[in-house]
Design a protein around this ligand. Sequence first.
Ligand code: TPP
Ligand code: MG
Length: 374
Amino acid sequence: MNLTTTQPLQVIQPDGGVNGYDPKLSEAELLHCYRAMLLVRAFDAICLKLQRSGRIGFSIPNEGIEATQVGAASALKKSDWIFPSYRDFGMALYHGVPALEMMHNMFGNAQDGAKGRQMPVHFSFVQPIHFVSISSPIGTHIPQAVGAAHAAKLRGEDTVFLASFGDGGTSSLGFHSGLNFAGVWKSPVVFLCQNNGWAISCPVEEQTASDGFAIKGEAYGIPGVVVDGNDLFAVRKVTLEAVVRARAGGGPTLIEAQTFRMGGHSTSDDPKRYVPPEQFEYWKKRDPLARFEKYLEAAGLLNAAKSEALRKEVEAEIAAAARAAEQVGPPGLETVFSDVYAEIPTHIRKQGEGLFDLGRRRGDAHAGDGKFPL
Ligand SMILES: Cc1ncc(C[n+]2csc(CCOP(=O)(O)OP(=O)(O)O)c2C)c(N)n1
Ligand SMILES: [Mg+2]
């Protein structure tokens, strides 16, 4: 059972070479992965600008993590489920969630699936893949993923569940209870620990005294594997192996993807206050997008002109999504009471009427106009 490896698996070399490795992906599939990584970078950059200009309240930097997100997501079928972390734009974008739907959430507008009740970045989608609502409390989604996986197993389904979390997430109670149950039940779960070196301002050396994160699987009878998280093929390879094993009834795997966030934890902190500048320099040279571009160029699938054209097309798509989402007004005041009860109980209905009445009397909000009486 002890499959833990401590040397990160690497496939794509710095010059784009793969030493004969066959990714078994068509040209269209390879370019789809590339486009998904470009979408992440553009979505990330525009959200940061929207936040800095006061048009949205919050965002989470995703730059640098694209290969981990897209590589892992590419190993899943549309019928599988993702229990994501908040730093997983690429998992949704790879599977075809429209950028506009994600932007509706960033603005918390009337078209947002959560009707503005979640923070920005806390997406949830039922299709094209089950992308479970992101939980702010760290690690809570880990045992939820295991529970869902156990239910699928009891029903005889072959669905696989991916639970994605950070290095800091391994210190949560949810991590330990989730892995324990999954190990005992042999649940079809893939645990993806995105080790980006930091949990807000807490470095990994202060997060754990163990030799990395993959090794923690051993205590629960779960194989662990370490992978270069900035290497799309390496992440895809280990995730695919874990997914195949889970689907075949072989139980869970803990993957530690070593990567780095090229920005702050969120738009609310300044990484220059705690991340040594040499770390940014080190990881800038290992940019996952540039590395994959080198592979595509070496394989004759990309050149400078094509990549520039694609980049521009993707940036225009994200900018159009941001403009469109900004035009949509906020959710109606009355939506505060929707989606909770099939039939609203009398006392809640009365509270609602009181709220609408207050807004009317004070003139600062009316049912349907999206404002909230403060
Ligand atoms: C239970 C809980 N404790 C603390 C926080 C505050 N918090 C938000 S993100 C975060 C760091 C998480 O770091 P990590 O798991 O490494 O993920 P990363 O942000 O690096 O992707 C913390 C401590 C929280 N949201 N939930
Ligand atoms: Mg982290």
